[in-house]
Design a protein around this ligand. Sequence first.
Ligand SMILES: [Zn+2]
Ligand SMILES: [Zn+2]
Length: 354
Amino acid sequence: MKSWAVTQAGQALEEIEIPSPSAPIGTEVVLDVSHCGVCHSDVHFWEGFLNVGDKKIPLEAIGMHTPYTLGHEIVGKVAAIGPDVKDMKIGDIRLVYPWIGCGECSDCAREDDNLCSSMQSLGMRATGGFARQVSVPHQKYLVDIGDLDPALAATYACSGLTVYSAIQKLMPLAKDDPVVLIGAGGLGLNAISVLKAQGHENIVVLDVSEQNRQSAIDMGASAVADNSKEDILDTLPKIANGSIKSIIDMVNSADTASLAFNALAKGGKLVQVGLFGGTLTIPLSLMPSRVISIIGNLVGNPQELRDLITLARSGKISPIPISCKPRSAVSDALSDLRDGKVKGRIVLDSALSD
Ligand SMILES: [Zn+2]
Ligand SMILES: [Zn+2]
């Protein structure tokens, strides 16, 4: 089958022939990819390394060798099903949960695939959505999107799922308890939208960019502030109208993590999502005396994706801007994303001619 593959890191993707998925056995499902979002992580994978802030890890070190097929925000049409697949037929449209685990460890047994230490994620170690077809080992990785726009639904598998899972880690929360979001880029704006969909009314957004702060207000943030201001620690509880017990750091640099830690009131939780990287030095006695939790978050599990899609199908989540492009535009899409020229998401649509 055809794949727009990375044949050489950082160079234009090439349309090459790769092996098609074999006929599904057991619970396997093969889908024809109809839509695939182009994500910031694809840019890193295209460039050939994972940026962990202080250092860059080559992709070979995590088992990705050229040629590889990126793309993890996938909606497709069911093309073939294994004999043990139930209540699904050829032609059904499904969103793919791409963060698939090894299927053998205790985390995978609990359907916490995103905690598995041998993930076989689509668009990383396994063929992703920049190819004509993808294969998943079990139908539990497929979510019915109903009447949702498939191009929009595709994006929920990554940034939408990430913020949804991060928000669940702050629960339980009263609707007027302040939630502080650091960073009003794509993830931050998604987080505002999901919080509002879940009934939250006190969402405070910090960003150093005035334009991003305005976007946060437009998306429905209750208050915004510039986190580069020297007095931000003193003013934040007033801006938030309460003590700060819930923070999601979508940047997660040395500066933002330190600000977040110092801003937390007793009993506070900090969920770290961003991959900017750096180092945080913590006065250890403050952890027990202030009963603080610092929690890392990597995407989310299949149940969280199902719950997010249920919320989206109820019509409560404001959509992010989407522009659909043919698959042949994938290299330009990656370059534009790298250069910060994309508002919202570019989604490759197989119905548009290559
Ligand atoms: Zn992604
Ligand atoms: Zn596993």
